[in-house]
Write a protein that binds this ligand. Structure first.
Ligand SMILES: N[C@@H](CCC[C@H](N)C(=O)O)C(=O)O
Length: 293
């Protein structure tokens, strides 16, 4: 049966989302419906869909509430191809803006809003750039998959980084090499990770570190989407990988330039080990009403 719903469209550094409030978890968001919403010719057009649902009202929310009973809201995230992802770093900032603007949640400056995700609870705060997200713990994956992409003359070793969702980061030598990539083709990974991966191509700034802040430029091919103007978890993975390659004296603060703008990434000590924070803008650009078949 067709249903009519209110939606908002938003983006974080050009990574764009359709946001739908479904507090009681009654909407059946099938892969077909997600693909229809994200279609840029026949739908609204977006890199993903975010459903705002109370953690108590969906199965994945139970783990979030067990981790933090204050995580009332869950970010139910879908890629444009209809697949489910664990986490979205740009999406969670846009989601915080959506929740607060629709008065589903309050977030006074200085306060923290815990949000449930499939990768665990993430704490969000307002910042001068927009929103800052504690992305929690991360890990380098073993092995170095070889990565090839259109217009890359020779396959390069990638570094697997898990920041709640899977990434493979590849270092390129300069801007010309980065600009030449044709990411309308899916990069080929050998071996191919079982759950797939988002692939980030990075080049160092010149110089890499200026005034104590690391600088990189990045393009990304997102799992379940294709090339996007930005990927928040990807910027975090790229900064972590670059620090790893740069060695012990590398900084903990990074600026990451993407096609859709700029975000900052900070690694900092926490009680359970090192965490990483992502800071960047979040904008809601229009609201509307849609009918889903
Ligand atoms: N654009 C997002 C990441 C969305 C999920 C990703 N495509 C995946 O499948 O893991 C971000 O900003 O982090």
């Amino acid at each position: 049966m067709a249903i009519t719903l209110r939606f908002s469209k938003g983006h974080g550094t050009g990574n764009d989302f359709v946001l739908i409030a479904d507090p009681e978890g009654q909407l059946e968001l099938t892969p077909e419906r997600v693909r229809a919403l994200c279609n840029r010719h026949f739908g609204i057009g977006a890199d993903g869909v975010i459903r705002a649902v109370r953690s108590a009202n969906l199965a994945d929310g139970a783990a979030a509430l067990a981790e933090d009973p204050a995580a009332e809201w869950f970010m139910d995230y879908y890629n444009a191809d209809g697949s489910v992802a664990e986490m979205c770093g740009n999406g969670i900032r846009v989601y915080a803006e959506f929740l607060t603007r629709s008065r589903l949640a309050l977030l006074p400056p200085g306060d923290t809003l815990p949000i449930g995700t499939r990768a665990g609870v993430r704490d969000v705060q307002r910042s001068t750039l927009g929103y800052q997200v504690d992305m929690g713990r991360w890990q380098l994956e073993g092995g170095e998959p070889l990565v090839n992409a259109r217009e890359l003359r020779v396959a390069r070793p990638g570094l697997g980084v898990n920041v709640g969702n899977p990434h493979v980061v590849v270092a390129l030598s300069d801007d010309a090499e980065l600009d030449a990539l044709d990411l309308s083709y899916v990069p080929v990974l050998d071996p191919e990770p079982v759950d797939g991966a988002n692939v980030e191509f990075v080049v160092p700034g010149d110089p890499l570190v200026k005034d104590g802040i690391g600088r990189i430029r990045m393009r990304v091919h997102e799992r379940g989407v294709g090339e996007t103007l930005s990927c928040g978890t990807g910027t975090v993975a790229a900064a972590l990988a670059t620090r790893h390659w740069a060695g012990e004296r590398a900084p903990s603060d990074w600026r990451v330039i993407v096609a859709g703008g700029e975000v900052t990434v900070r690694m900092f000590p926490a009680e359970d080990g090192e965490h990483v924070a992502l800071n960047g803008p979040a904008e809601l650009v229009f609201d509307g009403e849609l009918t889903l078949a």
